[in-house]
Write a protein that binds this ligand. Structure first.
Ligand code: DP6
Length: 334
């Protein structure tokens, strides 16, 4: 049996829309900071048929829906295909038994699929290690086959999913740009609602192309935004980073809202928080930026010097659950 541990990531240049939905090959690059919590742990072992069990940290079993099990089955099939593509026929498991222990509250707006599939990919890496030694990049491909954003959580610190070209199974890979010691940033997460979201990101990606703003989004990321984000990160230029991350977040939500059917993930509570934080930033010169994924949850990313003030702000918001994370070290075997 092999056990791995992983965490979600905070997306700064967002992954939204694929050129190949089945293989989760993205249209454009994305970038994120890997968080140090909440954690997911996964045990896997060889088995004759697939079994998946999921537990809360207190040991309560989480009842999985049929579509969740199907996602693991599809991921297993794609992982087998990838191992065959690598010529590692002997490493292909007949099937696997999976046990998930997750500390991520469901529907909290932190892509739990990024933690789960990066964790599972790392566990697969451990399982096949006696036969083939997979690199981190190859492990990120296995993660991506389960959830696009998971390819980035394979790495600690700050990393990208490079979209690549063509339809080969390994044409999009994760890559680290700086490790977890590069910059001590904090992520304060405000959850205004824990209502389960109606349209998950997998279905959402498939509608991205219907937005009249989508082509311009892909072009902006490809020609400048991704590189500007990486440069700002490497230079530790917070102001530049804030401008680019908020631009990309707002752009993704414009695409979502103008898709067919439209996807409105943000609520009045989200807008209230982002308006107030922008005002606080202006009046107190606070190094903090906001970003939102496929839900109303707001992540406030800030420097060490701003964290106390941002924390105080977060706790002054009524009706929000609050979580805190720092920069994490990515998926690893334990
Ligand atoms: C808005 O990686 O969750 O959070 O591959 O279908 O699991 P699947 O999609 P997922 O999409 C992430 C969407 C996002 C932006 C991001 O994390 O980059």
């Amino acid at each position: 049996m092999v056990t791995a541990r992983s965490t979600p990531n905070s997306a700064w240049i967002k992954y939204w829309g694929n050129r190949n939905d089945i293989l989760r090959l993205p249209m454009a690059d994305s970038f994120s900071m890997t968080l140090d919590g909440p954690t997911v742990e996964i045990d896997i072992d060889h088995a004759d048929t697939l079994s998946v069990q999921s537990f809360e940290t207190d040991g309560t079993e989480r009842v999985l829906k049929e579509k969740d099990i199907l996602r693991f089955q599809k991921h297993l099939d794609l992982t087998k295909r990838y191992l065959n593509h690598l010529g590692a026929h002997d490493a292909v498991p007949a099937s696997i038994a999976v046990t998930v222990r997750s500390a991520i509250p469901p529907a909290v707006g932190l892509a739990s699929s990024s933690a789960v599939f990066s964790c599972l990919a790392r566990a697969y890496q451990g399982l096949v290690a006696p036969i083939i030694e997979l690199t981190d990049e190859q492990t990120s491909v296995i993660a991506r086959l389960g959830s696009g954003s998971a390819a980035r959580s394979i790495f600690g610190g700050f990393s990208a999913l490079i979209s690549g070209e063509g339809d080969d199974i390994d044409s999009a890979v994760g890559r680290q740009y700086a490790d977890e010691n590069h910059w001590q940033l904090h992520d304060i997460i405000l959850v205004p609602s824990t209502e389960e979201k109606k349209v998950g990101s997998t279905e959402g990606h498939a509608t991205a192309h219907t937005s009249p703003h989508y082509a311009a989004r892909v072009k902006a990321i490809t020609t400048r935004r991704q590189q500007e984000c990486i440069d700002a990160l490497l230079q530790r230029d917070f102001e530049k980073l804030q401008a680019i991350v908020e631009e990309d977040c707002n752009d993704m939500h414009t695409v979502m809202q103008t898709s067919n059917p439209p996807l409105n993930y943000l609520t009045e509570a989200t807008h209230h928080i982002t308006r107030e934080i922008a005002e606080l930033r202006r009046s107190e010169h606070l190094p903090v930026f906001y970003t939102m994924d496929a839900g109303p949850t707001v992540q406030l990313v800030c420097t060490e010097e701003a964290v106390e003030r941002v924390r105080e702000f977060a706790h002054s918001q009524k009706g929000c659950q609050i979580f805190e994370a720092k920069v994490g070290k990515g998926a690893h075997l334990i």
